[in-house]
Design a binder for this molecule. Structure first.
Ligand code: ADP
Ligand code: MG
Length: 344
C-alpha cells in the first residue's frame, strides 16, 4: 500500500485506544476537565453502565463559542503553551486529546456558556474529517458534555464492555477517588435516573464533615478508626489516613494515593507503604490507607502514561523513603501505645 495520511476520525480513534478503555475512563477525563475549569459542582448522569449515556454537567468557567471547535480537535488545549509548561504541570489535563478521542468513538455533544457570554452554544463533530458543527443552545453558566453510544462505531472495542453493573462499578470507583481528592466539590452521581451517590462539598477545616465523606467512600470503620497524620520534609508534604494494622481490611479496596491532587496507581508509593506495613500485618490483611503527597510540580513528571495514572518523581529514592519512614514511624508509635496500654 502507498503511504497515505489517515482520516482525522481514524487517527483520533487510534489515539482513543490509549485513553478510552471503558466508560469509566471517559468519566475520569470529563471530570478532570470540569475540575480544571474550576467547577464547584458536578452532576453526573449515567445510563446503562455508561455504554448508553454519560452526561456531566459542571458550573466551571465554560468554553467561549469561538473555542468550541478547538476544544473538540486533537492537540488543542488551554492548559499548556510551551515545553516549559510541560515541565511543571499544575492542571489535571494537558494533552489536548480527550474530547477529540472520545468524540471519535461515541456521539459527543458539548454545550457551554462562559459567564461573560450572553448565550450558550453547542458543538459536535461529524464525518471522517470530524468537521465541527455549532448551534445555539440553552445552558446555565458552565459546561455539559453529553455522550451517547460509547464505541458504537468501533465494534471490536464495544465487545469488551462488561455488564452495566461492572461498568458502573468502575465509574463509581473513579468518582470515589475524585470525592477523596477534592473535598470542596459537590458531586452527584446518578445511574438510570436514580441518585446513587451524593458527596456534599466540605469546607477545608471541617474534620466532622471530612470524616463523613471519608465514611461514604471508605466505609465507616475506616473513617472512625483511621489515624490521621501530616509530615513535611525536603519540600515534600504527606498527609492522610492509615488504618492501624489490626484494623486493616482483608481486600485492597481502600488503598488510595494522590500526588498533587491527582489520583494515582503508583508503584513506588504502593511499594513504600507495603514495606512500611510489612512487619505489622498478619497474612490475611492488606495496607489500608488514603494518602496525599504534595511535591513541587517541577519535581514530578506526569507525562509518563496517556491515562496519567502514573508519575515519575525526579527524586525517586527520597520520595520512597520519606513515605516509608513516615508510615512506619506512625505504625510503630501506634504499636507501642497498644503494647503499653496492654501492660497497664
Ligand atoms: P486537555 O484537558 O488535555 O486540555 P481535552 O480534550 O480534555 O484536553 O479538552 C480540551 C480543552 O477543552 C481544554 O483544554 C479546555 O480548554 C476545554 N474544556 C474541556 N472540558 C471543559 C469543561 N468542562 N469546562 C471548560 N473547558 C473545558
Ligand atoms: Mg482533559
Amino acid at each position: 500500500m502507498p503511504i497515505k495520511q489517515l482520516p482525522v476520525e481514524l487517527a483520533n480513534q487510534i489515539a482513543a485506544g490509549e485513553v478510552v478503555e471503558r466508560p469509566a475512563s471517559i468519566v475520569k477525563e470529563l471530570v478532570e476537565n470540569a475540575l480544571d475549569a474550576k467547577a464547584s459542582e458536578l452532576v453526573i448522569d449515567i445510563e446503562s453502565g455508561g455504554a448508553k449515556r454519560i452526561r456531566i454537567r459542571d458550573n466551571g468557567v465554560g468554553i467561549p463559542r469561538d473555542e468550541l471547535a478547538l476544544a473538540l480537535s486533537r492537540h488543542a488545549t488551554s492548559k499548556i503553551a510551551d515545553i516549559d509548561d510541560l515541565e511543571a504541570i499544575t492542571s489535571l489535563g494537558f494533552r489536548g486529546e480527550a474530547l477529540a478521542s472520545i468524540s471519535s468513538v461515541s456521539r459527543l455533544r458539548l454545550v457551554s456558556k462562559p459567564a461573560e457570554q450572553s448565550a450558550a452554544w453547542q458543538a459536535w463533530s461529524e464525518g471522517k474529517d470530524m468537521q465541527v458543527r455549532i448551534e445555539p443552545a440553552s445552558h446555565p453558566d458552565g459546561t455539559t458534555v453529553d455522550i451517547q453510544d460509547v464505541f458504537y462505531n468501533t465494534p471490536a472495542r464495544r465487545k469488551f464492555l462488561r455488564t452495566d453493573k461492572t461498568e458502573f462499578g468502575h465509574i463509581d470507583e473513579v468518582i470515589k477517588r475524585i470525592a477523596l481528592s477534592r473535598w470542596d466539590i459537590d458531586i452527584t452521581l446518578n445511574h438510570n435516573g436514580k441518585r446513587v451517590r451524593y458527596y456534599p462539598a466540605v469546607s477545608e477545616h471541617d474534620q466532622l464533615h471530612w470524616r463523613r465523606r471519608l465514611a461514604k467512600v471508605c466505609g465507616s470503620g475506616f473513617a472512625q478508626d483511621a489515624l490521621y497524620f501530616q509530615q513535611h520534609a525536603h519540600d515534600i508534604h504527606i498527609e492522610g489516613w492509615l488504618a492501624a494494622p489490626e484494623q486493616c481490611r482483608h481486600q485492597g479496596d481502600v488503598q488510595y494515593s494522590f500526588v498533587n491532587g491527582r489520583m494515582m496507581k503508583d508503584k513506588l508509593i504502593n511499594h513504600a507503604i507495603r514495606q512500611a506495613y510489612d512487619s505489622f500485618l498478619t497474612a490475611e490483611r492488606v495496607p489500608t490507607f488514603a494518602i496525599y503527597l504534595t511535591v513541587p510540580a517541577d519535581q514530578v513528571d506526569v507525562n509518563v502514561h496517556p491515562a496519567k495514572h502514573e508519575v515519575r518523581f525526579h527524586q525517586q529514592r527520597q520520595v520512597h523513603d520519606f513515605v516509608l519512614n513516615t508510615v512506619k514511624q506512625l505504625l510503630l508509635g501506634q504499636h507501642q501505645e497498644d503494647t503499653n496500654s496492654a501492660s497497664d
